[in-house]
Design a protein around this ligand. Structure first.
Ligand code: ZN
Length: 87
C-alpha cells in the first residue's frame, strides 16, 4: 500500500518522504500515534525508545534539582511525586 510517508508504516514501494519523520512531521506523528507505540519498524522503535530516554533524563534532572536546591517550588514537586508513588 503506497500511502503515508513511509517512516512509521513502510510503503510497498520503499519510498520515505523527506519530511523528518515522527516528531517533526505532523502526518508521521499521527501515523505513529495510531500504532499505539507498537511497531516492527526499527527506525520508529528506536525513535520511541529515545523519546522515553529523553523523558526519563528530564525527570531525573528535575529530581536532582529538587534535592540540590531545595527551593519551595522543587520541594513541593518532589513531595507530590513521592506521595503519588507511595499511594
Ligand atoms: Zn512525514
Amino acid at each position: 500500500m503506497n500511502t503515508g510517508h513511509g517512516h512509521v508504516r513502510p510503503r510497498a514501494d520503499g519510498v520515505k518522504a523527506r519530511c523528518g519523520g515522527p516528531g517533526i512531521c505532523d502526518e508521521c506523528s499521527m501515523e505513529l500515534a495510531q500504532t499505539d507505540g507498537q511497531t516492527s519498524n526499527p527506525e520508529v522503535a528506536i525513535g520511541l525508545l529515545m523519546n522515553k530516554c529523553d523523558f526519563l533524563e528530564s525527570r531525573i534532572a528535575t529530581i536532582f534539582e529538587a534535592i540540590k536546591h531545595g527551593d519551595e517550588k522543587h520541594q513541593a514537586w518532589l513531595k507530590q511525586k513521592i506521595e503519588e508513588h507511595f499511594k
